[in-house]
Design a protein around this ligand. Structure first.
Ligand code: HEM
Ligand code: NFK
Length: 284
């Protein structure tokens, strides 16, 4: 094929007959995936597809985040810190993608959203069971959140599993305990369904790790990875809040909350408070 036609040669061995072969779309079940965008607005509003795809892609990434967090927790439980850190590194990249993705939705103007918001009824991201599962997996347990899923047994089952399991922070603290670090026994044996709250007696343990990083490199590196994870999570929350403010202002939410004010309060939540408290104690 002459190059001046600006056309690529079709290599002779390129496979074209997929009657008895696995193809791209059959492997990925694209028919199911691409049939799953079903706008509800009538007449159909152009921008509803953006809204749906933004959420669906977020849910896919949340699914992978959960998968990786589960594996990272299992690795910690087996004293395998390196694979756990590799998993956390992947989660951090997913978080960056999710946070970056807000800029696409921010192109939705208040007037465009107002044209189909009424069709959303009481549905809300508040009812994202995968998002809640990620929060639980990171240690922000809250039994009240389970009530939202009473009419969805599969979601409730998934979320209850994560609710009853130790968080990644529980697993990390247990790992440190086994590695000989001073971790109080009541921390190791705590009721893991309770939300984690600051345990001041853990701060000196982290101070000693940070003050002699080279002697405690594995623990030190893991602490910093967890700090990144929390930092990234907060950046996502912040971008959500800012997107919500520019699109619906101070309107109450479809899920029944006060809206932006409710989301603002989430910015005060923390997963690993001791890893931030340690900052105050380092140096002079
Ligand atoms: C036009 C865009 C959006 C608006 C106006 C919006 C608005 C809101 C509001 C007002 C809430 C509070 C709950 C309520 O009463 O409804 C909320 C919660 C939530 N939204 Fe959105 N949202 C938007 C996009 C998204 C997207 C793209 C996601 C991605 C999955 C998302 C995920 C969530 C989650 C997980 C919560 C619960 C947060 C928490 O419990 O702290 N939202 N949203
Ligand atoms: N809570 C939003 C509605 C909303 O954003 C939403 C609706 C259905 C499914 C996901 C959503 N995303 C985040 O809350 C609102 O009050 O406008």
């Amino acid at each position: 094929m002459p190059v001046e036609k600006n056309t690529r040669e079709f290599d002779p061995n390129i496979v074209t007959d997929f009657r008895d072969r696995m193809s791209y779309s059959s492997y990925l079940d694209l028919d199911t995936l691409l049939r799953a965008q079903r706008p509800v607005s009538t007449p159909p509003h152009h921008d509803e597809l953006l809204f749906i795809i933004q959420h669906q892609t977020s849910e896919l990434w949340l699914k992978l985040m959960l998968h990786e967090l589960r594996a990272a927790s299992a690795a910690l439980r087996a004293d395998q810190l390196a694979p756990a850190l590799k998993g956390i590194a992947r989660v951090k990249h997913i978080q960056r993608t999710l946070t970056e993705q807000w800029s696409v939705l921010a192109t939705l103007t208040p007037s465009e959203y107002a044209e189909f918001r009424g069709f959303l009824g009481n549905s809300s991201g508040f009812q994202s069971y995968q998002y809640r599962a990620v929060e639980f997996a990171l240690g922000n347990k809250n039994r009240r959140m389970l009530s939202v899923f009473e009419s969805d047994p599969d979601a409730l089952a998934l979320l209850t599993d994560v609710y009853e399991a130790p968080s990644i922070y529980d697993e990390f603290l247990r790992y440190l305990h086994r590695a000989g670090y001073p971790i109080p026994i009541d921390v190791v044996q705590r009721d893991v369904t309770e939300a984690w709250v600051l345990h001041p007696e853990l701060v000196p343990t982290f101070v000693s790790i940070y003050q002699d990083a080279s002697a405690n490199w594995a623990a030190y590196e893991a602490c910093e990875e967890l700090v990144d994870l929390e930092d990234n999570f907060q950046l996502w929350r912040f971008r959500h809040l800012k997107t919500v403010q520019r699109i619906i202002g101070m309107k109450t939410g479809t899920g029944g909350s006060s809206g932006a004010a409710f989301l603002q309060k989430a910015l005060e939540l923390t997963f690993f408070p001791e890893l931030f408290a340690v900052r105050t104690e380092i140096g002079s």
